[in-house]
Design a binder for this molecule. Structure first.
Ligand SMILES: C[S@@+](CC[C@H](N)C(=O)[O-])C[C@H]1O[C@@H](n2cnc3c(N)ncnc32)[C@H](O)[C@@H]1O
Length: 266
């Protein structure tokens, strides 16, 4: 900050007034910059966070953000209590203003599907930090299991620790690989013959082709459930459609959750 000597005669308080005026302009600029940075950061986090974080990890190895998330959850959640792990994660997202698409109403819809379907085997594509893996795992009956796929090794490691923290390691297996590599191995390597629920939560352009791949390996039987988002026409009513996989046609009941969420039961 610079102080300018006034080139006019006058009592000392004029000098003080001039300094205060300059302070206000600096303060105003600083506040405007802070507000602008916060707005841009909030926008980028909300709109591009899920895309940018994996990209940054690819370029820089790791952003360490996932480590911070894990440390936070480990510090605040009760070990062995999946609900406490989920609640801690939810609270963190709220304070960081990070939208977690699979919490709230959508999370309840996922819970409802698990409770209604009582699956023996679930397959999740897109584990990320393991929030939904814990969410699904905590509702599985004894002997039931979830296989969850995450190609990003840093995220898969965090998810594995989240699952352990929740005490669900006997029910949830985090597989560090791409769906392409794992689906053909499901029977041989993971002893999967039927999948009751497929939860698609990764890149949307892969949904149909990976579903087809699962089907080609004979893992989808009548009555399987697909949980995913942003596939419907936004109509908030149950309706039946034909889903043509190319190899086979399924009659599906769509159960929309809100304007852009839909689960499919075939
Ligand atoms: C939206 S996040 C999953 C969020 C998670 N289901 C939850 O709500 O807790 C999508 C994840 O899919 C992973 N992913 C990307 N391509 C994949 C693939 N081919 N197979 C499996 N997972 C993939 C990404 O690394 C990312 O962590």
């Amino acid at each position: 900050m610079t102080y300018r000597r006034l080139n006019r005669p006058g009592p000392p308080y004029l000098y003080i007034l001039e300094q205060v005026k300059m302070n206000w302009s600096y303060l105003g600029t600083a506040l405007a910059i802070i507000v602008l940075i916060r707005l841009v950061k909030a926008y980028i986090t909300k709109r591009w966070g899920p895309v940018l974080v994996p990209m940054l990890e690819k370029v820089f190895g790791t952003t360490k953000w996932e480590e911070l998330v894990l440390q936070h959850v480990k510090k605040h959640a009760v070990a062995g209590d999946p609900d406490s792990v989920l609640q801690t994660f939810d609270n963190l997202c709220t304070t960081r203003k990070w939208t977690l698409k699979t919490s709230g109403k959508r999370g309840e819809m996922l819970d409802g599907t698990i409770r209604d379907t009582k699956p023996r085997v679930c397959l999740e594509m897109g584990t990320s930090y393991g929030y939904t893996a814990v969410r699904i795992g905590r509702l599985l009956s004894p002997g039931a299991r979830l296989l969850t796929l995450e190609p990003n090794p840093q995220l898969a490691k965090v998810a594995e620790e989240m699952v352990q923290l929740a005490g669900l390691q006997d029910k949830v297996t985090v597989i560090t690989a791409d769906a392409d590599d794992v689906i053909p191995q499901l029977t041989k390597k993971y002893d999967v013959t039927d999948i009751d629920i497929v939860f698609l939560d990764y890149w949307k352009d892969r949904y149909i082709r990976d579903l087809q791949l699962i089907q080609e390996h004979g893992l989808l039987k009548s009555g399987f459930v697909v949980v995913t988002d942003q596939i419907g026409d936004g109509q908030a009513t149950d309706h039946t459609v034909e889903y043509d996989t190319g190899a086979e046609k399924f009659e599906c009941t769509l159960k929309p959750v809100d304007s852009d969420d839909t689960s499919v039961r075939s």
